[in-house]
Design a protein around this ligand. Sequence first.
Ligand SMILES: NC(=O)c1ccc[n+]([C@@H]2O[C@H](COP(=O)([O-])OP(=O)(O)OC[C@H]3O[C@@H](n4cnc5c(N)ncnc54)[C@H](OP(=O)(O)O)[C@@H]3O)[C@@H](O)[C@H]2O)c1
Length: 278
Amino acid sequence: MKLILISFWFTAFTLFGCSQSDRSAESVAAQPKETIAMIGTGDMGDSLGVRLAELGYTVIYGSRSPDTDRVRALVAMTGNGASAATQVEAAQRADIIFLPINWPAMETAARNLGNLDGKIVVDISIPWTQGDDGYPESMLETSSAELIQKWNPGAKVVKGLGTAGSMIIDNPATVDGPVTIPLASDHRDAKERVAQIVNELGLDPVDFGPLRMASSIEALAIIYMIPLLQRRTEEWEFYFRRNADWVCQWQDHWSTPVFDADELAEMADSQDPPVPCP
Ligand SMILES: NC(=O)c1ccc[n+]([C@@H]2O[C@H](COP(=O)([O-])OP(=O)(O)OC[C@H]3O[C@@H](n4cnc5c(N)ncnc54)[C@H](OP(=O)(O)O)[C@@H]3O)[C@@H](O)[C@H]2O)c1
């Protein structure tokens, strides 16, 4: 457990040094807002769609039933020029594509979105099922994000946001401080762009490295399901948050070079600078 926390903080802290919230805010403000396809109109799709529209993005919901009253009501609630279309139409009209779809429906959906070359594809899915013992287990040996990348080799797949529940997307302030969002991708530019969006949402992005780390992110998200599937009554909503105190405890460690400094994405930093160590 301690090793996990050290690794977590190691990655997180390397980003503190190279990220400035004012710089990222300026660069985000200067960029034109892209069109975002939200493929799936369920719990996460409607939370992300509404929040992203509030931030000025044009949202196109991609749905199996874009003409139903339910989806029309969601489009009206979203505003800012939002619309709905079939999943493939939405994906083709968008610059950035979010995939809030359940596994295993993901495979058919993600294989049939048309040519996604050059588009950023954000996979938030958690491919879990309930094992015979009642506990959750992954449905994949690899990760959903790696499979989506394999099915769409020209896309720039980013794994992230599946570690936060929809209520945190709706209102990050409900948990009294920024929630840390691990991101993984083999495309640094895409990871940095998604990190800016995560930051705009009021969340705290952290670079978790290449896309192969997606399976670890999915595993982290799967632990959310344990109390739920077990029908335990205790408070169970939890999340990741950086802890600046670790920096002071491991000062010598931080002074050594970062392993993948050339590959590390520069990420928007939503947290205040850490307090200097005594
Ligand atoms: N809910 C959360 O708090 C949360 C948190 C973290 C991660 N996640 C992950 O996010 C993903 C979505 O979760 P959710 O809670 O939003 O699920 P959900 O409420 O069940 O919504 C999933 C949506 O996917 C679309 N869909 C379902 N079956 C499909 C199929 N066969 N083909 C194509 N599209 C299909 C549907 O949209 P249309 O009816 O419009 O087609 C549906 O509304 C899951 O992988 C989940 O693990 C959820």
